[in-house]
Design a protein around this ligand. Structure first.
Ligand code: CUA
Length: 322
């Protein structure tokens, strides 16, 4: 279990692995090359001018040749105009391509930003096919993914560097965003707009998988939480219901339905906890429950102090929520 949990995630704007990122990469490459060549030309002529100034200082004849000068000026002006025109057209066609790529969605997901985690709802015309999760989004490879982005408190920004640019989540102004990943893998997504103390701990996993794997995951997420299999986990569930946990979190299939914190129905199936802050292990879960302010100072999750036996039972119960 630990091996897969420490696997490095895909996280680079220089490695476009989605349709949108590929379009954006064309702009980046064009800008880099056009501006790089222009810079070299300007730099070369700057050096030549300095050398010319020195030659003049040493008494050599450097009378300008007007004809050569005029030709150089025309060539340079043409280069600048062509360069700027090229950049403008690249940007224009990329914008068009990005909008066109947003046509018919295969998956529709509503993502809401909170200080400091992501609420994820899979929408569907059939209510029985809807479900909720948090800080981990799964999609099938090559699917057109339409995201409805929203914020519940301050401005956040949704960003998966390998797949598309950034999109701000502004409270009261829902917006739409599309992705089309081309390669299977776990991508690191993150908040790209400073949103308070734990902005840097507002990450999420974006899991791109084969269609069958996604369908299996979706069926598992649609199911209610399993009933506790033994006495210890049964005690864990009662601890969950009787302590502060159930005042903020929901576990479908139990009486816990609060919406203030992440939905925990299948928390054990997630790779990370605390929005990409800690690997999802029993030790970390324990640490997170008794003192969440240690790994994540300022988090709105309160510390829950419990006797050891109850804490063990709670962690064991949460571990059954696959
Ligand atoms: Cu949310 Cu930064």
């Amino acid at each position: 279990m630990t091996a897969s949990r420490t696997t490095a995630t895909l996280h680079s704007i220089l490695d476009p692995l989605g349709v949108h990122a590929e379009h954006i990469d064309v702009v980046w490459q064009t800008m880099l090359w056009v501006c790089g060549v222009m810079f070299l030309i300007v730099f070369t002529f700057g050096v030549l001018a300095v050398m010319r100034g020195r030659a003049k200082h040493q008494g050599q004849d450097v009378t300008p040749q007007h004809r050569k000068f005029s030709i150089a000026l025309v060539v340079w002006t043409t280069l600048v105009v062509l360069g700027l025109f090229g950049l403008t057209m690249t940007s224009f066609f990329t914008d068009r391509a990005l909008v066109r790529a947003a046509a018919e969605p295969d998956v529709l997901i509503k993502v809401t930003g909170y200080q400091w985690w992501w609420d994820v709802q899979y929408l569907h015309s059939d209510p029985s096919q809807r479900f909720k999760t948090a800080n981990e989004i799964h999609v099938p490879v090559d699917a057109q993914v339409l995201l409805q982005l929203n914020s519940q408190d301050v401005i956040h920004s949704f960003w998966i560097p390998n797949l598309n640019g950034k999109r701000d989540l502004i409270p009261g102004r829902p917006t739409e965003f599309t992705l089309q990943p081309r390669q299977i893998g776990i991508y690191r997504g993150e908040c790209a707009e400073f949103c308070g103390l734990q902005h840097a701990h507002m990450a999420f996993d974006f899991v791109v998988e084969a269609k069958e794997d996604f369908e299996r995951w979706r069926q598992q997420q649609l199911a209610s939480a399993p009933t506790p299999p033994d006495a210890k986990t049964q005690l864990g569930l009662s601890v969950f219901m009787d302590s502060a946990c159930s005042m903020c979190h929901a576990i479908s299939g139990t009486p816990a339905f609060a919406q203030l914190g992440p939905d925990l129905t299948h928390v054990a199936s997630r790779r990370m906890i605390a929005s990409g802050t800690l690997a999802n292990t029993p030790e970390n879960m324990r640490r997170w429950i008794i003192n969440p302010h240690d790994p994540k100072p300022g988090t709105l999750m309160p510390a829950v102090s419990l006797p050891d036996e109850q804490l063990d039972a709670l962690v064991a119960y949460l571990g059954t929520l696959k």
